[in-house]
Unconditional design. Structure first.
Length: 116
C-alpha cells in the first residue's frame, strides 16, 4: 500500500502562486508515476499533470501548460506542483495520485481557492 498526503493549498489572488506537495509513504519503491488531478465544485475530477519515473517524462493539461510545473525530490517520495499565474478557474480540490503495478493510490486532497 501507498499512503499520500498533500499540503500547500490555500487562498490566493488571481495572478499569484502556490506550491503543492505530495508526500508518499509505505511501499514507495514500486511507484513508477505520480500526478496531480483536480475537482471543482459540480465538475468531474480532471487531469492536471503527471510525472513518470521513466525518463522523467511530464505531461500537462492544456489549461495549465506553461503555468504549472510538476517535479519531484531525489528520493522520489515527494512530488510538487508549482502553480503560477493562477486564475479563478483553477479553484478546486487538488488530489495527488501515485501509480504502481498494483494500481492507483489517492491522497485526501488539498483545497486551492483563487480569488478574482
Amino acid at each position: 500500500q501507498v499512503q499520500l498526503v498533500e499540503s500547500g493549498g490555500g487562498l490566493v489572488q488571481a495572478g499569484g502562486s502556490l506550491r503543492l506537495s505530495c508526500a508518499a509513504s509505505g511501499r514507495t519503491a514500486r511507484i513508477y508515476a505520480m500526478g496531480w488531478f483536480r475537482q471543482a465544485p459540480g465538475k468531474e475530477r480532471e487531469f492536471v499533470a503527471t510525472l513518470s519515473w521513466t525518463g522523467g517524462t511530464t505531461n500537462y493539461a492544456g489549461s495549465v501548460k506553461g503555468r504549472f510545473t510538476i517535479s519531484r525530490d531525489n528520493a522520489k517520495t515527494t512530488v510538487y506542483l508549482q502553480m503560477n499565474s493562477l486564475k479563478p478557474g483553477d479553484t478546486a480540490i487538488y488530489y495527488c495520485r501515485a501509480t504502481d503495478f498494483g494500481g492507483n493510490y489517492w491522497g485526501q486532497g488539498t483545497q486551492v481557492t483563487v480569488s478574482s
